[in-house]
Design a protein around this ligand. Sequence first.
Ligand code: KG4
Ligand code: ZN
Length: 366
Amino acid sequence: MLILGIETSCDDTAAAVVEDGRRVLSSVVQDQDDLHGPFGGVVPEIASRRHLEVIGPVVRRALESSRTSLGEIDLISVTAGPGLIGSLLVGLSYAKGLCYATGLPLVPVDHIQGHLMTLDLAGGTPLPSVFLVSSGGHTTLYHMEGDDPPGVLGTTLDDAAGEALDKAAKMLGLGYPGGPAMEKAASGGDPAALEFPRPLSGRDTLDFSFSGLKTSLFTWLKREGYFDQTTTGRRLPLAIADIAASYQMAVVDILLERCLAALRHTGGTELVVVGGVARNALLRRRAAAAAVEEGFEVHFPPPRLCTDNAAMIAALGFRERKRALTDPLEINAYSTKALKAGTAHLADHRSGGPAARSDRKPVGHH
Ligand code: KG4
Ligand code: ZN
C-alpha cells in the first residue's frame, strides 16, 4: 500500500511516499529557517504564507523522487493537529483538494503520534515502551503497549525542552533554530561552568518544567549587564561555549531524570526518544550510558526522522488506515492551543489524538 503523507504543522513543509507504513520511498522537507531566523522564532503568519507557496512543489518532488504517480497512491495521510492553525490548514486543505480531485481516501492524523511512529520507519517500534517526545512544542512522556492509544505519563507544565533551547539561543544571539545552534556553541565548553537549576528535580513527578531554567539564564545575563549593551555589540560575561554547554547539560539532565523515573514507574525496559531534541548528541550519549548502567534499551530514530517530516505522518496513516474518510470535507484542523484548552474534542476524536491529561496514570502522591 502506497501512502502519500503531508505535514505542515509548524515551519516545515513536508511530503513523503511510504510503502506499507515502513519503507520510505521519498521524504521531502523544506524548512523556513531563513525566514524565521531574523525573528529568533517562528512567525505564524509568515509560516502559513510560505507553506502555501511551496506545498505544491514539495508534494510533486516527493512523488517524483519516489518514482510514483498520484494514480498509484492508495491513501493520503495528513497532519490535522496540533500545531499552528494557519500552517495546519494549508496542508489539510491541500490534502482535501487532492482527495477531492482523485477520489482517494484521507486519514487525518495527530502530529505527536506521528513522532511516536518514527521507529516504524527504522527497524520497528519496540512495545511496550516508554516514549519521550521532545520537540519545540512538546515535552511529554507516554507509555505505549500493543495497539492501545498511548497513555500520558507526564508532560511539561510550561515550556518545551526545544523551546528552552530556542529561547536561550535567541538571548545569546545564536539564531534559530536554537537547539542545533546551542549544540554547536557548546562544543568544547565546560558543562559545569554555570550552575543552572533543574526544576522539579528529586520530586515525585513525571512532569517537566523548563521556564525556570530560561529565566535563570535571563536573570544572570541581566545582572551581568549583558542587556545594557547595544544589540549588535553585546559581549557575553563568560565564554559562549561554557554558557551553552552548562545550559545544554541542564536540559539533558532534566529530560533523562524523568525518563528514568518513567521506566521505574512502569517497570519498562525500553525507552524510545523522538522529536527534534532527539537529534542532540549529548542526549543520545548520556541516554546510551544510562541504559548500560541501569539495564534498559534505548532507541533513537535516525536524526533526519527526529525533526518534523511527512514520512512519520504516512507511517501513522498506514497504522490508522481503517479510519480513512471518503468525505474529506468533514475534517477540521486543531491547534496546539485548542488541544491544551481541551476544546479539540471533536477533532481529537476524529484524528485519534493522544490521550488527554485526565487519562494519565497517577504517579506517587502529587
Ligand atoms: O520535532 P520538531 O522538528 O518540531 C516540533 O514539532 O516542534 O522539533 C524542533 C525542535 C526545535 O526546538 C529545535 O531547536 C530542536 O527541536 N532541535 C534540537 C536539535 N535539533 C533540533 N535540539 C537540540 N539539539 C539538536 N541537535
Ligand atoms: Zn514535531
